[in-house]
Design a protein around this ligand. Sequence first.
Ligand code: ZN
Length: 172
Amino acid sequence: MALREVLQFPDPRLKRVSLPIPEVTDAIRELARDMIEVMYDEPGIGLAAPQVGEAVRLFVIDTEWSDEEVGRNPVVVINPEISDRQGRITWEEGCLSVPDYNATVERDARITLRGTDLDGKPIVEHAEGLRAVCIQHEVDHLDGILFIDRISRLKRSLYVKKRKKQLAEESG
Ligand code: ZN
């Protein structure tokens, strides 16, 4: 079966605020499985449901899988909440939905992530560094926010211009 397509900026579906998941259905389990496949295929270290066109509060993450000794350890998080935000950190970010672009973003350095897994069991994770950055990036997607919404207006407008030109060339 073909992999789900990752939506790319400026697709308006990336700007929607996703809805909480009241119950883990077979469709949600299937979505999570598909998203894990897409994440490793792209490849990426995180993927949020709106990036494959589903406006529900779910993301998948695996920040260390490219390290062969660590291997694959995908975590599916449903209805994530971030609390206990401490300190600030800057990190160079990219996104599967924002092609050919990276920029430095400032975020909270240490956070606590809460949510549930596919079996409805609670998840509590204290994260810092790349892991904290990635979690905040994915939760942003669920609120319709891209990392380019967190950079300077000038940088963002330069990227938007570049992207429009790129799209015009692709379609022309
Ligand atoms: Zn992203």
